[in-house]
Write a protein that binds this ligand. Structure first.
Ligand code: MRU
Length: 350
């Protein structure tokens, strides 16, 4: 089945470079940039040319594999691995909250444990990065199918940010059920919250869902409560950047507000995420590092200043929704609900 053919794949491996959809230019321009060096990769992640936890991980995996191709010919395997670890740490420093970044980097470094030569290691790194991307597509499709079971025909569902096809290998996490529903002729109505400060909801989610033929309506973030009340929103679904052992979930700033609204209005609040977004080494959300970004994202809109010079700015990119506000976490392995801490422990024990 071919789905969302019109939404381009955001990360493409090109043997000697990475072709990346520049998400900062969307929806006005569909522009691809070519990443040739590890610095290009780091910069693209920091500047949000690529964003969304799984897509960041995929890009970093390709980025490390790309960097390794140009290491000195004379390197011993030991020197090769030492240099790889340095480059891995550099890429891992690009964004602190989405754990998929470190997960993907750890995975491709682990893939060369058994390598017998530098050449074998170089090839293995590329193959592992390709595998991570291919697996993510399949995982997102499974998440979409599991999520779709929760939405009845005609449901109105609110989402924030962009946890969609371009934030993953394909389909997305929170947006996967909408792409699948459109394909299957199931009628879901999506309300997309614009997601200040950098407007991933307004710019990316609406662009992506329109291309799939999904019924999508844009609202500003401060319209959420009124919209839930007036339009009869049936459920809220969001993505995740890191889920701790107890189910606390970091996601785009504003997610926590929506979870509180869901409780007030007594509607389900769903988190959709792959297993690679879980960080069971952390007990609770208090331990999640929250990225703070450039104040200009708040003081400026589209490059134009909207706030007075010199004003103090607080710009956290993510917030943490406590587990008790989450109705269920939808993964590729099924739906976790009830005692999330217990469910997560079982999931990672098996
Ligand atoms: O700052 P961003 O755009 O990278 O934040 C993205 C999100 O918060 C997404 O919801 C999350 O990464 C999941 S993407 C499938």
């Amino acid at each position: 089945m071919t789905i969302i053919k019109t939404v381009p794949q955001s990360v493409q491996w090109n043997e000697t470079s990475i072709k990346l959809l520049d998400q900062t230019k969307l929806p006005l321009e569909t522009v691809f940039v070519e990443l040739l060096t590890i610095e290009d990769v780091w910069d693209s992640i920091v500047s949000l040319k690529v964003r969304g936890a799984p897509a960041i991980g995929i890009t970093a995996a390709f980025g490390l594999a790309l960097a390794a191709q140009s290491y000195e010919e004379e390197f011993t395997l030991h020197e090769f691995k030492e240099r790889l670890l340095k480059d891995k740490a550099y890429l891992a420093s690009s964004r602190p909250t989405a754990v998929n970044l470190v997960w993907a980097l750890n995975r491709i470094v682990a893939s060369i444990e058994e390598a017998k030569s530098v050449n074998e290691a170089k090839t293995t790194l590329v193959h592992e990065a390709i595998r991570i991307q291919a697996e993510d597509e399949e995982i997102c499709r499974e998440i979409g199918e599991n999520a779709l079971d929760l939405f009845k025909d005609g449901f109105k569902v609110l989402t924030i940010c962009n946890a969609g096809s371009i934030a993953t290998a394909r389909y997305g996490t929170a947006l996967a059920p909408f792409h699948l529903a459109a394909q299957q002729g199931k009628n879901l109505k999506v309300y997309a919250s614009e997601t200040r400060p950098v407007l991933q909801g307004a710019r990316l989610t609406t662009w992506e869902l329109l291309q799939s033929g999904v019924d999508v309506t844009l609202i500003t973030d401060n319209m959420a409560a009124h919209t839930i009340a007036e339009k009869g929103i049936d459920a809220i679904i969001v993505g995740a950047d890191r889920i701790t052992a107890n189910g606390d979930t970091a996601n785009k700033i504003g997610t926590f507000n929506l979870a509180i609204l869901a409780k007030t209005f007594n509607i389900p609040f769903y988190v959709a995420a792959p297993l690679s977004t879980f960080d069971v080494s952390l007990e609770s959300g208090k331990d999640i590092p929250i990225e703070e970004r450039n104040p200009e994202e708040v003081t400026h809109l589209n490059g134009s200043r909207i706030a007075p010079e010199g004003v103090q700015v607080y710009n956290p990119a993510f917030d943490v929704t406590p587990n008790e506000l989450i109705t269920a976490i939808i993964t590729e392995k099924g739906i976790l609900q009830g005692e999330l801490e217990v469910e997560i422990r079982h999931l990672f024990e098996t």
